[in-house]
Design a binder for this molecule. Structure first.
Ligand code: C2E
Ligand code: CA
Ligand code: CA
Ligand code: CA
Length: 275
């Protein structure tokens, strides 16, 4: 039994070593990719639930890997966060999103995701103001999407940073609403303009009565608090009809459009205008 245990341990060891090695090589590649500029942003339209017009687009990062092809953020953002590479990467995302949005009609805002790790740098608000100045994008055209992870770290510091960004005129959205532990208390304490209803509540709409009740309640709560609501992950015409009839502010999801490379997003805007 002892020998067996040892053998099992060796197998486990080998698997672990392999994982450590895979991680290390991904880290090296990620580091080079930041320098080589292998990233691009795709833009997913957010439409007004009543008029159907595009009011904003969410910037979503993609890694165009020379061998692996297009890599999804789920496969490298966590590592970028652990290694600190999210700092240069996050600044690149902000700068690129703001400068590309300067080429869109002025009524269309750009939404950028921020990692909790970016908030560990006290200069984040300054960095964002510098980027706005450098690109010429008016602050009200930038929306920052923040998850509960940001609030968990150091509440006081986070609150100060968010308040400063808000006074600068930047919009603040609470992302993935309803998936964390304390979303409601954060909503009261932090100066959000908008709630993004998490996709998990949308998946079973409109058939599932519990999902319907939750989405309806979040939209009502948002409107009582003076916050806009975006429902994300809307994939079907039925889901779109449901959330629009519940009076959410905006809709985002494959039913409207998948995230698009920049030229395709511009073409989408032109087509919409023509339609
Ligand atoms: P998220 O912020 O919740 O972004 C929405 C995700 O849902 C995107 O996945 C988008 O492509 C996907 N999505 C949109 N509509 C639908 C739909 O109708 N159905 C389904 N099934 N999915 C839909 P993506 O682009 O893979 O991004 C995943 C996550 O990676 C994002 O979740 C965000 O947390 C993170 N992320 C993406 N870009 C950035 C970035 O620039 N910085 C940081 N820190 N995180 C990012
Ligand atoms: Ca988001
Ligand atoms: Ca989200
Ligand atoms: Ca998410």
């Amino acid at each position: 039994a002892k020998a067996e245990g040892k053998a099992r341990f060796r197998v486990f060891d080998a698997a672990l070593a392999e994982r450590v090695e895979a991680r290390r090589s991904l880290e090296t590649e990620l580091r080079c990719a930041v320098r080589a500029g292998e990233f691009e942003l795709h833009y997913q339209p957010l439409v007004d639930a009543h008029s159907g017009e595009v009011t904003a687009a969410e910037a979503l990062i993609r890694w165009r890997h020379p061998r692996r092809g297009l890599v999804s953020p789920a496969d490298f953002i966590p590592l970028a966060e652990e290694t600190g590479l999210i700092m240069p990467l996050g600044a690149w995302v902000l700068h690129t999103a703001c400068s590309e949005a300067m080429r869109w009609p002025a009524a269309i805002k750009v939404a950028v995701n921020l990692s909790p790790v970016q908030f560990r740098d006290d200069r984040l608000p300054e960095t964002i103001e510098d980027i706005l100045r450098a690109t010429g994008l008016p602050a009200h055209r930038l929306e920052l999407e923040i998850t509960e992870g940001v609030m968990l770290d150091d509440e006081e510091r986070t609150l100060m940073m968010l308040s400063r960004l808000k006074s600068a005129g930047v919009g603040l959205s609470m992302d993935d609403f309803g998936t964390g532990y304390s979303s409601l208390s954060y909503l009261r304490r932090f100066p959000f303009d908008k709630i993004k209803v998490d996709r998990s509540f949308v998946r079973q709409l409109p058939a599932d009565p519990e999902s319907a009740a939750i989405v309806r309640a979040i939209i009502t709560m948002g409107s009582c608090l003076g916050m806009a609501t975006t429902v994300e992950g809307v994939e079907t015409a039925e889901q779109y009809a449901f959330v629009a009839s519940e009076q959410c502010s905006q809709v985002q999801g494959y039913h409207v459009s998948r995230p698009l490379p920049s030229p395709d997003f511009l073409a989408f805007l032109t087509d919409q205008k023509a339609a």
